[in-house]
Design a protein around this ligand. Structure first.
Ligand code: UT7
Length: 330
């Protein structure tokens, strides 16, 4: 019998209706469209407003429902639901458990996975292991974040970058050698002083003081994070190519985390890729954290062909980063 590999067999996605443009941000903080566009590549981002829906689970459910409808699957056949997120609905109750129930995956177990902007990338590794083991046949991996819930719209260094959104992929066993081929994943905890959210966890539970001092918003030392992101994301992608003997001609698509167009360009340059092989949606969604990679697949799905070589690369808080080599299966 052929070896079982873990392949993506369906994609879904969802972005909130409300479009926040750079011009709108100009009205809120001391910034301008030109600065944001040239420094990041972002023109607009989506924000989940209360009149549309609430919480990260709303986005995750919508993305999962999109996938289920497109693929016409029976949700009762889903074995596992993993929600990759940095902004769960609640600190303790699993967001994934709620999402699984709402989409009718009543025979599934479910849990959240948190590795900041690398959550979805690490999620691919996690769920692929379940499929490769032969124990599970249908695993839903959702990347979802309501970043607006942890943004300080008075802080121009963070509020311009992030947006809300979610994407979902279904993993199933494959015996043609398609799906996950290799992974290079890393973490360095010394990075948490440069990017994160100090309040709300066990280290700094919510107090009047923590709220007053804005400790429940994301902070970032942009310049430092930028340097680490460029060298580690590009380095991980180069490493994956080298150890799988992939030339730039062998790579059909780079699926890069969308934090800053300059980081994406540095990564694709290091890989020797032309821009037409680089998936990009930063201009319309900004950085959607865990939603970014599956939303790229959602946007580019129609252009993908069976057997295409995809290289994913991401960098995020923690620090966490890495690269994954995957063959498209449909
Ligand atoms: O997704 C997780 C991982 N995150 C990342 O990978 C993000 C990495 N970092 C970045 O993408 C960039 O560092 C930022 C986009 C966050 C910032 O861009 P930068 O080119 O590194 O800007 P900077 O922080 O070095 O600031 C340059 C100047 C400063 O002014 P002075 O000191 O030169 O007078 C800032 O005060 O730009 C100013 N500035 C702004 N100006 C207008 C900072 N933010 C803004 C703003 N609008 N929004």
């Amino acid at each position: 019998m052929n070896k079982i590999t873990a392949a993506i067999t369906a994609v879904g996605g969802y972005v909130p209706k409300f479009v926040m443009t750079n011009k709108m941000l100009e009205e809120i903080v001391d910034t301008n469209d030109e600065w944001i566009t040239t420094r990041t590549g972002i023109k607009e981002r989506r924000v989940l407003k209360e009149d549309e829906g609430e919480g990260t689970s709303f986005l995750a459910i919508k993305a999962a429902e999109d996938l289920i409808a497109k693929k016409n699957i029976n949700p009762e056949e889903i074995d596992l639901v993993v929600v990759a997120t940095a902004t769960p609905d609640n600190m303790v109750a699993s967001t994934a458990a709620f999402v699984a129930s709402e989409i009718g995956a009543k025979n599934a177990f479910a849990y959240d996975l948190l590795a900041a902007c690398s959550s979805f990338l690490f999620g691919i590794s996690t769920v692929a292991g379940y499929i490769e083991s032969g124990r599970y046949k249908k695993v839903l991996l959702i990347g979802a974040d309501k970043m607006s819930s942890i943004l300080d719209y008075e802080d121009r260094t963070t509020c311009i970058i992030f947006g809300d959104g979610a994407g979902a992929v279904l993993f199933e066993p494959n015996t043609e050698g398609l799906g996950l081929q290799d992974e290079f994943l890393r973490a360095d905890g010394s990075g948490r002083q440069f990017l994160g959210m100090e309040g709300g966890g066990s280290l700094m539970p919510a107090t009047i003081e923590s709220v007053t001092n804005k400790k429940h918003y994301i902070f970032q030392e942009g310049r430092t994070v930028f340097k680490f992101a460029v060298s580690n994301m590009a380095g991980a992608a180069a490493e994956i190519m080298e150890r799988n003997s992939l030339t730039h001609e062998d790579v059909d698509w780079l699926v890069p985390h969308q934090a800053n167009k300059r980081i994406i360009d540095a990564t694709s340059n290091r890989m020797g890729l032309d821009s037409d092989k680089v998936m990009m949606n930063i201009q319309k969604y900004g950085n959607t954290t865990s939603g970014t990679l599956p939303l790229l697949l959602w946007d580019y799905e129609k252009q993908l062909k069976k057997g295409d070589n995809l290289v994913f690369a991401a960098f995020g808080g923690g620090f966490t980063w890495g690269s994954i080599y995957l063959k498209w299966a449909y």
